[in-house]
Design a protein around this ligand. Structure first.
Ligand code: SF4
Length: 61
């Protein structure tokens, strides 16, 4: 299974991450405006957040 990674150089980290609400199983969380954290115990690598983030900060690799 591919692993979801976040490119911190692409994430501006200055806003509430909209992708947190897009994840169907709540695998993303955010502290303040920091880059979202990925709960790898529940992430199913569906790619919804990858396609949703306009900054293309998420990648499945
Ligand atoms: S790949 Fe899918 S399950 Fe994993 S964090 Fe993104 S939206 Fe959630």
């Amino acid at each position: 299974m591919k692993k979801l990674v976040i490119n911190l150089n692409r994430c501006p980290q200055n806003h509430p991450c909209p992708a947190v609400r897009v994840c169907p199983i709540g695998a993303l969380s955010q502290k303040g405006y920091a880059a979202p954290e990925i709960n790898y115990n529940v992430c199913i690598s569906c790619g919804k957040c990858v396609n949703f983030c306009p900054m293309r900060a998420f990648k499945l690799q």
